[in-house]
Design a protein around this ligand. Structure first.
Ligand SMILES: [Zn+2]
Ligand SMILES: [Zn+2]
Length: 368
């Protein structure tokens, strides 16, 4: 009898064909019973877009990447959604009204229906472009149901425990269930960053909607661009979140977020950073992550050029290696598909992380 080792065959198929293969929709994928919470950290070139697919099949997208570029970011999100068997976005959380988070919403809605829009209310940015971008989103959200959330609010994604932990500059006033221990990492905390010297009107960042997601014993947080100083309000003197198996790195890995008071207290075993080649991925952020007490691995959406080889993980943990950040002068760079990091979490708290560029994956057991 002839047996074929599928893996050895796969090894000789060119990567370009593999990419094609995974972008074709599979009817099987749509009916496959799920027992995992799947989290896709999508490359939107220094913006943010993270898709959560619950075992129930309900979906929650946090942020939508950039506008423009012929719908590049919306295409990437829609492609991942298709691969995940998702035909509509049940809950869209727009963490805040910066264009790298909110901007792709209208183009995405042309590709995938969005049912519930969730955000912190109204932008505080007053520039003409910021107001115009907000108006586009504001018109869009009136086509579905719209909800302004506050800390403590639940989001009813079937099968998950989803709770807002910060919004519009306010944070949880008390701990999540099981949390609330004194946070030893508050000692020595120093305030710094954009809340004090705002170059881009970034008080909008500190208004980010931040969210806790629980699935059985698995716990994670996604914070948007919530700032370093607001982390203090949330985490000091008591740790209101508790621990997290997975830390979805705040603010693209910028050093105005991601303090020890947050990152070390969460004790994540894995972190995934949605940085761009030259956006976020700050040296200090890497240092804090690498020093986190229980961190086993850091996965990155891009190689961080500012951080260099001293701080970046080895290439197998990095989804996109090229330097093709769109700029004002050259907005057309890297228009094609991109690679993502996927986290597949199980109810017992164990999870597997996969890099779609090289299919490298690693599994992590339940927290002990
Ligand atoms: Zn921002
Ligand atoms: Zn941002």
């Amino acid at each position: 009898m002839v047996s074929i080792d599928v893996r050895s065959v796969m090894r000789v198929i060119p990567t370009s064909l593999l990419c094609l293969a995974v972008t074709v929709s599979s009817p099987v994928a749509q009916v496959r019973p799920r027992d995992t919470l799947d989290i896709y950290v999508i490359d939107v070139e220094g913006g943010e877009a993270t898709l959560f697919v619950a075992p129930s099949g309900e979906s929650m997208l946090v942020d939508t990447g950039w506008p423009g570029f012929d719908g590049r970011d919306a295409d990437r999100i829609a492609s991942v959604a298709e691969q995940a068997g998702v035909t509509q976005i049940d809950y869209l959380i727009v963490t805040h009204f910066h264009t790298d988070h909110m901007g792709g919403a209208a183009q995405l809605a042309d590709r995938l229906p969005v049912v519930h829009f969730i955000d912190h209310g109204t932008t505080i940015d007053q520039g003409d472009r910021a107001r115009a971008a907000f108006e586009v989103y504001s018109t869009l959200r009136s086509t579905g149901t719209h909800r302004v959330v506050r800390p403590g609010d639940p989001i009813p994604v079937a099968g998950l425990d989803v709770r807002i932990i910060a919004s519009d500059g306010s944070v949880l006033s008390g701990p999540l269930a099981g949390a609330g221990d004194a946070n030893l990492f508050c000692a020595g905390f120093t305030f710094h960053g954009e809340d004090i010297t705002s170059r881009f009107g970034d008080a909008e960042d500190q208004r980010s909607v931040s969210t806790f997601i629980g699935f059985g014993r698995f716990r994670t947080v996604i914070m948007g661009d919530l700032t370093w100083n607001l982390e203090h309000a949330l985490m000091c003197p008591d740790n209101n979140i508790g621990t997290a198996d997975l830390y979805l790195v705040s603010h693209h890995g910028s050093d105005t977020s991601g303090s020890e008071a947050l990152v070390h207290a969460l004790q994540p075993r894995v972190a995934v950073m949605n940085n761009g080649p030259r956006k976020g991925g700050a040296v200090q952020t890497f240092q804090i992550l690498h020093a986190a007490p229980r961190l086993e691995d850091l996965w990155q959406n891009h190689y961080s050029i500012p951080a260099g080889d001293d701080h970046n993980m080895s290439e197998r943990f990095i989804a996109n290696l090229q330097d093709e950040t769109p700029t004002q002068e050259n907005p057309a760079v890297h228009m094609g598909p991109a690679h993502w990091i996927k986290v597949s979490a199980r109810r017992d708290g164990s999870f597997t992380v996969t890099n779609s560029r090289n299919d490298f994956s690693r599994s992590y057991g339940p927290r002990n």
